[in-house]
Design a protein around this ligand. Structure first.
Ligand SMILES: Cc1ncc(COP(=O)(O)O)c(C=O)c1O
Length: 380
């Protein structure tokens, strides 16, 4: 018998109470019943996003919210700075080009993080750039970006700061208003603990000024249309009703735990994983690791895809492999959303068994021992 354990950086496990809330018969969306759920959900999203600004919800995967940011803030021929240090940073530039926006690329080596100084240097060279696109947690490399420092640097600069927090939100600190992040983009299948299918954008007053001027074609993802409906606790088009009901439940769980404690839990799990990996002689891929996903260099002569496949096919435990140039070279273990110490211990234990089977030489039990000791020393 195989038990399935999801330790991937999206989708992530969905708590039973959230699953149960989504098992109820569907209700119609143009009703006071749904409007109340949507209002509660939208209000609790503000707590999660740490903002007083509206948070717009779309029925799409996270990329839909990224596309929404591009089309609502920019016009063809405009210039935008895109930080590109992994697969998801690259997506910002791809989206800009798709709409005729000139993408000024800041190329960051995979595994490394951009600095606020580097962005400032490029901004000074391109003072006409209207937007700076960044990624809080670059899921493909496991790197965290210092969005706080970037926000501070961009204070009083005309350009709008956009951050992709699709994998970071709920698991890493992101003080949207305090740090001056104009648009935060996220998705449902990661720290928000529900299945894929919802995407979100928080929008600052400074960003709204661009929305009014933007001329990129837009219809489904029009912020103005979404905002008009949000003000009436509804959506322009049929919402993903069931997912909204699930999200409402998941957000209540986050409020109950408190965001502060949820972030501390992710940090604690991530510290244990990082230490465990190093305890068996493996190296981290990220120079500035994010707390929601740990990217690990595969031992020499072992294709990381083999580790991922054996863990999944032989033991039912899903982790992620490398993407793009990192394919075969790294594997990624998530500490994201509805996960606790024992999910992590299960994953590390399976990793040790699989590494041993694949011929990697190390002292069995060292990874798990490190994590157990860490968990014993620090309370949850
Ligand atoms: C940081 C980041 N950005 C963007 C995306 C794309 O989101 P989606 O696959 O939901 O469109 C992901 C999903 O893996 C992500 O982790």
């Amino acid at each position: 018998m195989k038990k399935h354990v999801l330790l991937t950086p999206g989708p992530t496990p969905v708590p039973p109470q959230v699953l149960l809330s989504m098992a109820q018969p569907i209700i119609h969306h143009r009703t006071p019943q749904f409007e109340e759920i949507f209002a509660q959900m939208s209000e609790n999203l503000k707590y999660l996003f740490q903002t007083r600004n509206d948070v717009i919800t779309f029925a799409s995967s996270g990329t839909g919210a990224m596309e929404a940011s591009v089309v609502n803030l920019l016009s063809p021929g405009d210039k935008a700075i895109c930080v590109q240090g992994g697969k998801f940073g690259e997506r910002w530039a791809e989206l800009c080009r798709a709409y005729g926006v000139e993408a000024v690329i800041i190329d960051v080596e995979w595994g490394d993080a951009v600095s606020a100084e580097e962005i400032e240097r490029v901004l000074n060279k391109h003072p006409d750039a209207k937007v700076v696109f960044t990624t809080l947690s670059e899921t493909s490399t496991g790197v965290a970006t210092d969005v706080k420092a970037i926000g501070a640097m961009m204070n009083n600069k005309p350009a709008v700061l956009v951050t992709d927090a699709i994998s970071g939100l709920g698991g890493m600190e992101l003080k949207t208003d305090e740090w001056g992040v104009d648009v935060v983009v996220s998705g449902s299948q990661k720290g928000l603990m529900i299945p894929p299918g919802l995407a979100f954008c928080s929008i600052s007053p400074k960003a709204w000024e661009l929305v009014e001027k933007a001329r990129c074609p837009r219809y489904y993802f029009d912020f103005r249309k979404a905002k008009k409906n949000l003000d009436k606790n509804t959506t322009a088009f049929t919402p993903a009703i069931t997912l909204c009901i699930g999200l409402n439940e998941a957000l209540k769980m986050i409020r109950e735990e408190t965001l502060e404690k949820a972030i501390a839990r992710h940090a604690r799990l991530a510290e244990a994983v990082r230490g465990a990996i190093q305890a068996i002689g493996l190296e981290l891929f990220a120079k500035k690791p994010a707390n929601v996903v740990t990217a690990v260099k595969s031992p020499e002569n072992i294709d990381s895809g083999k580790i991922v496949k054996m863990m999944r096919d032989d033991y039912g435990i899903s982790i992620a492999g490398g993407q793009g140039d990192a394919k075969g070279k790294i594997f990624r273990i998530a500490q994201l959303g509805y996960m606790n110490e024992f999910d992590i211990l299960t994953g590390l234990s399976c990793l040790e068994i699989v590494l041993a089977r694949l011929g990697y030489k190390f002292e069995m039990g060292k990874a798990i021992g490190f994590a157990e000791t860490k968990f014993q020393e620090t309370s949850s």
